[in-house]
Design a protein around this ligand. Structure first.
Ligand SMILES: [Zn+2]
Ligand SMILES: [Zn+2]
Length: 338
């Protein structure tokens, strides 16, 4: 089969490799769609711990093609999405549903081969059926949508609360879709340029702010005069995090959903201390695939407008370059296997 392989940081190519066989507890997916994520670029650049050689790809959908255990036979032929978390299922963390805290946690696409390939091996326990009315392309986006749902849950965001989302990349836009679906109000999305903000408007943002043209701090004074209930930083950029802490209302919440790339940052502790802010770390997905797929099925969330480019595995270099350069209005490039 064809698979995109990172041999070592900086060295990526399309290769012919053997079709993998599922071990007990796992299934083989005929991959139908796999979205390129910014973290895949970090793996390519060697900035995130990974096991090389590696096929990246943790945002995927497909059809179950083979199973490793007889008890999973009923999955064969089903359209699915699913968790990329490989865990023990028996430790205290797993039994409380906190797979990310499992002592044996490994994520497919980082420690194990992922979905930039014709076939991929995924854990049977993480599968969710993909309804016929959700396309494979948008189904693959249940993963970042799940990240957004998990972030808002960690932030204890509530119906009717105000929300400011800093950054309009795929996580920012999924955050908006999730905030909208759960009934938050006066949702503001800001980004440096306008391209992705048009998509934010389509997804139902109440206000969009292009920070190259409009001063965010100034604009927020009239939009949320007493500060914002829940501010979500989706950038991991120092200046944005500093602003988040100033824009949350007294007693409000700041959720950090952007990757900080290991950087040490200057923040004013008094912004948190004096205003009694809750600052929550909200990286990664939290087993929200099922909720994500239900929201799509019921039409509460439609991420069609986030699929910017459909590419084949042969065109991987083009897809990665787009993900890196993020041209105006670009959100996601997605590998599509016929
Ligand atoms: Zn991702
Ligand atoms: Zn465990």
């Amino acid at each position: 089969m064809k698979a995109v392989v990172i041999k070592e940081p900086g060295n990526i190519s399309l290769q012919n490799v053997e079709i993998p066989e599922p071990q007990p507890g796992f299934v083989r997916i005929k991959v139908k769609a796999a979205a390129i994520c910014a973290t895949d670029l970090e793996v390519l650049d060697g900035n995130i711990p990974a096991n090389y050689p590696l096929t990246p790809g943790h945002e995927w959908s497909g059809v179950v093609d083979a199973v490793g255990s007889e008890k999973d036979t009923s999955w064969i032929g089903k359209r699915v999405i699913g968790s990329s978390d490989v865990v023990c299922l028996t430790c205290d963390a797993c039994r409380s549903g906190n797979w990310r805290y499992c002592k044996d946690f490994e994520e497919i696409g980082f420690r194990r081969n992922g979905a930039y390939a014709e076939y991929a091996i995924m854990p049977a326990y993480g599968l969710c059926e993909l309804p016929e009315n959700v396309s494979f392309e948008t189904g693959a986006l249940c993963e970042p949508l799940g990240v957004a749902l998990g972030t808002l849950e960690k932030a204890e965001a509530k119906f009717g609360q105000t929300c400011l989302i800093i950054g309009a990349g795929s996580i920012g836009l999924c955050m908006l879709a999730a905030a909208k679906a759960m009934g938050m109000k006066d949702i503001v999305v800001c980004a440096t340029t306008k391209g992705r903000l048009d998509i934010a408007k389509k997804l139902g943002a109440s206000h969009v702010i292009a920070t190259k043209e409009t001063d965010l701090m100034e604009a927020m004074k009239s939009i949320h005069p007493y500060g914002t209930d829940v501010v979500v930083d989706c950038t991991g950029i120092e200046e944005c995090i500093q602003m988040s802490l100033k824009l949350a209302r007294k007693g409000g919440t700041v959720a950090l959903a952007g990757y900080g790339r290991g950087k040490i940052m200057n923040i004013r502790i008094d912004d948190i201390h004096i205003n009694n802010l809750r600052v929550v770390g909200a990286g990664n997905n939290w087993n929200k695939h099922k909720t994500a797929v239900t929201l799509m099925k019921d039409g509460m969330v439609n991420l069609e407008c986030c699929v910017s480019e459909r590419i084949t595995l042969e065109d991987y270099a083009k897809g990665l370059e787009m993900a890196r350069k993020r041209p105006e209005g670009f959100v996601k490039a997605i590998f599509v296997n016929e």
